[in-house]
Every structure is written in structure tokens, then in C-alpha cells.
Design a protein around this ligand. Structure first.
Ligand SMILES: *Cc1c(COP(=O)(O)O)cnc(C)c1O
Length: 453
């Protein structure tokens, strides 16, 4: 009998997150203060983050234990299933073995709640009463609203105006979980009013919403802190529970991946599935190839320079060394909203720079095509973001079909697509465009990358 689902005994969930910062073969460039361009210290960040998370952000420790109260929440959906996609393998006619880790089974329907519960816990432990954040398509705002509800905290979500207007049910979902949702740019913040004056009629952007949420925390006198759903070291750290579980699950069936694939927006779910395997590669224990799959319409890792840049349009955040398309880059309106970020996590960027991971850029039509094949075989409608990981996995499997090699492929299904049916609808009608990004658009974004001596 085939074993499709490879489950893990809940007692075997890793009791610590893995911090890849401890194993980098060359040190990472430090984040810099946006004003002075000096390396930031813990105190520079304390206005917007609690010290518990700042310490994780800068930690030299290889493992950081998962607090009991966070584990208690994790147990609601973790360990997540690892599945051997026999049916997808057969449909492709590939000799490759395909496994995927299914993060879509969480309460928010994506991996994001793995860090949301941890962030809320550390804020609550320091007496913070409310969190402010941004959301694009609504995945992060939903995860944080759920987590705040679990810990009896207040949550205000600045939602990019275009999504707020076009996706009213995403807003309702956050409200149902107790979050307060504000269309961004709003009149609630000084920078929000500034954006509206500078860009009349703007439909907003993630970069603008971040600026608003940061301002609210920075001017609150400590009662409100800011929370970010990707990019930062501590966020990637919290997601490593995904890859650590997957490793144990693969071990239990005597397998180990040749390829580990994740879609990449800010980089956190890719980091989550990949970093525990990159650890083996750095230690010389494996030759695993980790691949970050990004959209061709927002090709940060494949076309951006490796440079210092801000995380937001308002230039409030520290300067972080990363691959970037420029903090003013405006990606075309593709349906994988979670992948439309101009930059990427410093850790992911550093590993790419060192040649320890790879990246591919994919068009959205082929991603939807593989997503529907996946849905037919596996019974799950993937998030359009996750569709990029599926496409990259399918491409590897098809290469194996040509060469006859029996490679083992593992990818992360970062979320389900139940709230993305308008995107599937557009695909099925043949209305989806594959944007060829003009050099001009790339050049405009690149012009906003600061020159740091
Ligand atoms: C937000 C999101 C992503 C992209 O974010 P990362 O930090 O790169 O993981 C990917 N998949 C889903 C389902 C998301 O909600």
C-alpha cells in the first residue's frame, strides 16, 4: 500500500528554531540606520519591536527554543503533513520523486501564522497591548489577526487600498478574527496624508502601508509595536520549523531531497523550508540545491543588484543588504500578491550571493497551469504564490523525465488559494497576462536604490 501522507508524532516537533546566521560561512553586512548609515543596535529598533524579537534578530545562537505557549498554539495545526505526490509524478510521467510540505492546513491557510503566534507571544510578554502591521492581499493581516485574538491583543492592519476595495471579503475575514482594518494610505498617519498629497488618487502599495504601520508604532510611546510578516531574520527563523519537520518526515521514509523549492516574496517560507537543508550543505553533509521561485514580474533575486536598500517607500526602515528592485519599484498587478515585494530577506540574499542557493523567475500562466494539474492530482487549490514553487518543482521533474534521473524533489506548499478564485477565474478565461518587464520599469525602480559608501 502506498504511503501518501508522512505524518510526524507531535512529540517530535522540533523544540527549537534554527538560526542560519550562526552558520554563515562569511559574515552578513549589518543593517544600517536610515539616517546615520551606522550599523543599527538593539536600541535603534526598540521603539517598534520588543526586545525579545530584537535579540532574536541579532542572535549568534544556532538554536533558539520555542516557548511552551507558542508550541501550545503550534499544536493546533502542527506538525503539518508531508505528502508524496505520487499522483502528480504519474501525471507528469517523471521518474523523479516529488514531496511537498503542506502549510495550507493552518488556521490562516498559509505558513504566515507560524511567525504571527511567535511575534504576538514575545510582544505580549513585554506588556505590549496592540500591534500594527501592513497587508497586501490579506494573508499576513489574517494570520496576525488570528494570533492577536489567541493572545487577547489588539491588531490594526493597514491594507493596501486597491486590495481593500477589490477584496472586501479578505477585510471581513480579518475583522471576523478581531482585527481592525484601515485602507492605506489613510488619514490616520502623517506619512499616509503625505503619500496622498504626493501621489493623488494612489491605490497604495505595500511599501506605503509599511510606512504607516511603522509610524503608528514609533509614535505610540511603547504601547503599540509593529509587526512584519516576512523579510526579517526573526521571521525567517520562526519559519524554520517547516523545514526541520520536513527533514524528520523525509528521514522517516529513508529519503533526502536533491532539490528544495519554495516560492519567494520576502523570503520567509523559502527560508523556512530551505534553511535546515542549507545547514547540511554548508556543513558539507549534502549537495542539496535550494531554489527560490519568484515571479518574472517582480524578479528581485534574478534581476536586482545586491545592494543596501530600504524596506519601505517612506524610508523609515533600516537599510538592509539584499537583492532589490528599488524601494520605489512598482511591480505589475500579478495575482500572486504575496510575491510583489521589491526586496528580499538579507539571509536569503546573502546565501544567493555566496552561491549556496539558486533562484528562478517564472511567468504566471505556466504557474497556474501547473497549479491546476496539482489540484487535479492532489485535491488542493494552491495559492497563486505557491503555484510558483509547484511550477519550479514540475520543471525539475520534467528535466528528470528527459534525462531519466531519479531525483528527489521537495517543495513547500505555502498556502491554499481559496481566497484567490478570481485569479483562477481570470486564468481559466484566458485573461491573464504574462508581463514582460520593460527595462524602463526596472531602471525607474533601480534609480531609487540609495548609494551607500
Ligand atoms: C505571503 C505569502 C508568500 C510570500 O511570502 P514569503 O515571505 O516569501 O514566504 C508566499 N505564499 C503565501 C501563501 C503567502 O501568503
Amino acid at each position: 500500500m502506498r504511503q501518501y501522507n508522512i505524518n510526524l508524532d507531535p512529540k517530535k516537533i522540533p523544540d527549537a528554531w534554527y538560526n542560519i546566521g550562526a552558520d554563515m560561512p562569511e559574515p552578513m553586512a549589518p543593517p544600517l540606520h536610515p539616517g546615520t548609515h551606522e550599523p543599527v543596535g538593539p536600541n535603534d529598533l526598540s521603539a517598534i519591536f520588543p526586545m525579545g524579537l530584537i535579540m532574536q534578530e541579532m542572535s549568534p545562537d544556532r538554536y533558539i527554543s520555542i516557548p511552551g505557549e507558542v508550541m501550545d498554539k503550534y499544536l493546533l495545526w502542527r506538525p503539518t503533513p508531508l505528502r508524496r505526490a505520487y499522483r502528480l509524478e504519474e501525471a507528469l510521467g517523471t521518474p523523479a520523486k516529488i514531496y511537498y510540505k503542506n502549510e495550507s492546513v493552518s488556521p490562516s491557510g498559509s505558513h504566515k501564522i507560524n511567525t504571527a503566534v511567535a511575534q504576538v507571544y514575545y510582544n505580549k510578554a513585554e506588556g505590549v497591548r496592540e500591534l500594527s502591521t501592513e497587508t497586501g492581499a490579506g494573508q499576513w493581516g489574517t494570520a496576525l489577526s488570528i494570533a492577536c485574538g489567541m493572545f487577547d491583543m489588539k491588531c490594526t492592519v493597514y491594507m493596501v487600498r486597491i486590495s481593500f476595495e477589490q477584496k472586501p471579503y479578505r477585510k471581513s475575514l480579518m475583522e471576523a478574527y478581531g482585527g481592525r482594518v484601515v485602507a492605506s494610505p489613510s488619514n490616520e498617519t502623517q506619512i499616509g496624508r503625505q503619500f496622498q498629497a504626493d501621489y493623488p488618487g494612489t491605490t497604495g502599495s505595500l511599501g506605503m502601508a509599511i510606512s504607516e504601520a511603522v509610524e503608528v508604532a514609533a509614535t505610540s510611546g511603547g504601547s503599540i509595536k509593529y509587526s512584519l510578516g516576512s523579510v526579517l531574520n526573526h521571521v525567517c527563523l520562526h519559519q524554520t520549523v517547516i523545514g526541520m519537520e520536513a527533514k524528520l518526515q523525509m528521514e522517516s521514509v529513508g529519503d533526502y531531497p536533491d532539490f528544495v523549492i519554495g516560492c519567494c516574496g520576502g523570503g520567509s517560507n523559502f527560508a523556512g523550508i530551505a534553511f535546515p537543508f542549507v545547514q547540511d550543505r554548508i556543513a558539507g553533509r549534502s549537495k542539496v540545491e535550494c531554489v527560490a521561485a519568484e515571479p518574472a514580474a517582480c524578479p528581485t533575486l534574478t534581476r536586482g543588484p545586491f545592494a543596501y536598500d530600504y524596506g519601505d517607500t517612506g524610508k523609515f526602515t533600516p537599510l538592509m543588504k539584499q537583492y532589490t528592485l528599488g524601494h520605489n519599484f512598482m511591480p505589475p498587478g500579478i495575482h500572486a500578491g504575496g510575491l510583489r515585494y521589491h526586496g528580499v530577506a538579507s539571509t536569503v540574499a546573502h546565501l544567493k550571493h555566496l552561491g549556496l542557493i539558486n533562484a528562478v523567475a517564472l511567468y504566471q500562466n505556466p504557474c497556474f497551469e501547473s497549479s491546476l494539474l496539482f489540484a487535479k492530482c492532489e485535491g488542493i487549490i494552491p495559492a497563486p504564490e505557491s503555484g510558483h514553487a509547484i511550477r519550479a518543482a514540475v520543471d525539475e521533474a520534467l528535466r528528470c523525465k528527459e534525462s531519466g534521473e531519479v531525483k528527489t524533489i521537495l517543495f513547500n506548499l505555502s498556502g491554499h488559494g481559496h481566497f484567490d478564485m478570481t485569479a483562477y477565474d481570470a486564468y481559466l478565461r484566458g485573461d491573464l497576462q504574462d508581463y514582460e518587464l520593460d527595462e524602463e520599469v526596472i531602471a525607474q525602480g533601480a534609480a531609487s536604490i540609495p548609494i551607500i559608501e
